[in-house]
Design a protein around this ligand. Structure first.
Ligand SMILES: *Cc1c(COP(=O)(O)O)cnc(C)c1O
Length: 385
């Protein structure tokens, strides 16, 4: 298979509007956090609705760190999260000296198992981090009820879920404390690197804004445009360097305007996959609850028990046919750091472990054509024989 015919696993879709906006930022002389970041934040809050504040950061990982910090998580605290996620979800807990408590996923949603969360609560539990896996919302109704009952904070890892709804409400506007989106290159919208922290709690918003930029009490934009002396600032905490640049925000402004169209295109591809794979011994990804929106960030399939070819072999055979695939995720209980530090075994996470052994993620992105989808379907058919 020649290289130009290789179907990438993921590719961003960047238009001329994004490019022109980046050029305008470069020509303006204001390349770091400034007017375009402010605009992106305002547009993002409006896109979600629900009177939230949106705080742009240079990655979702940064946003997750700021979110937990603002919630007061620290040494001695426990934060409950899913083993079936990317390491960023859990590493931010360690940044603050707290301990993650990993729980299994629900086989029907591949998101955090709320019963397992309930069983994992101890007097040290401070917060819960659900992940809307692949862009399908976790069971937020039950999770938020549980959190309220035990007076726990909730931060949603929404890296996959723009736009996604839960009970008809946009992720980012639920009654959790913080929600964090990612604009990494392969996410549903991208700024190259970037993220957005969203909250309705003014105390959390203020703390995250201060800690985003060195613990300084005003950001650079205010500092150079307000009436106070432009040289004056105060450091109120040992903060971080997590602000978004105007170059990145220039991409975000236009990517956000295309988010609905992107979601429709992704849904179309998911529908084609569903139809194409229907007769094969393959478990297709969970759909959203009736009436809800699935962002379709990922199209994750599982090989049925009757498939005799191993998952690794299937990926190899797809690669040989010029199709890029991935695995979401190698669960954290298998990763050396998490496994050894917290004495985790596969037996503690039977659902995640079973899914991991049989799962692969097919390419799904807006630049794919219908014939690309057909080509993947045909390649899967050949690969599992
Ligand atoms: C991508 C991702 C992150 C991290 O996002 P960055 O913007 O790359 O920091 C966190 N959690 C999940 C579930 C992700 O998929």
């Amino acid at each position: 298979m020649t290289n130009h015919n290789f179907l990438q696993f993921a590719l961003p879709e960047i238009g001329e509007e994004e490019i022109a906006e980046v050029v305008s930022a470069l020509r303006s002389g204001w390349v770091t956090t400034g007017p375009k970041t402010k605009q992106f934040e305002a547009d993002f809050a409006e896109f979600l609705g629900g009177r939230v504040e949106a705080i742009a950061v240079n990655s979702a990982t940064a946003g997750l760190h700021l979110g937990l910090e603002a919630l007061g998580v620290g040494p001695g605290d426990e934060v409950i999260t899913t083993t079936h996620t990317f390491t960023a979800t859990a590493e931010v807990i360690r940044y603050l000296g707290a301990d993650p408590v990993f729980v299994d996923i629900d086989a029907n949603t591949l998101c955090i198992d709320v019963d397992a969360v309930a069983a994992a609560i101890t007097p040290r539990t401070k917060a819960i981090i659900p992940v809307h896996f692949g862009g399908r919302a976790a069971d937020m109704g039950r999770l938020l009820e549980l959190a309220r009952k035990h007076n726990l904070r909730v931060m949603e890892d929404a890296a996959h879920s723009l736009p996604t709804t839960s009970n008809g409400k946009m992720i980012g506007t639920l009654d959790s404390d913080v929600t964090v989106f990612s604009f990494y290159a392969n996410k549903t919208i991208t700024t190259g690197e970037g993220g957005m922290l969203v909250t309705r709690d003014p105390a959390v918003a203020n703390r995250a804004r201060v800690m985003r930029l060195h613990g300084i009490n005003r950001d650079a934009f205010d500092r150079f445009t307000s009436k106070a002396p432009s040289w004056y600032y105060e450091v109120v905490a040992p903060g971080f360097k997590y602000n978004m640049t105007d170059i990145a925000a220039s991409l975000g402004i236009h990517q956000l305007r295309r988010a609905q169209a992107f979601q429709q295109k992704r849904t179309r591809i998911a529908t084609l996959y569903d139809a194409g794979l229907a007769e094969m011994p393959i478990i297709r990804p969970p759909h959203a609850a009736p009436g809800d929106i699935h962002s379709w960030h990922l199209y994750v399939i599982q090989l049925d028990e009757t498939v005799e070819v191993s998952r690794d072999q299937v990926i190899e055979r797809l690669f040989e046919q010029g199709i890029g695939c991935s695995v979401h995720y190698i669960p954290l209980h298998l990763q050396p750091y998490w496994r050894d530090t917290y004495k985790l075994t596969p037996a503690m996470f039977p659902v995640s472990q079973r899914v991991y052994e049989r799962t692969l993620t097919l390419p799904l992105y807006t630049r794919m054509s219908e014939s690309d989808v057909a080509r993947v379907v045909a390649a899967v058919q050949r690969a599992i024989r």
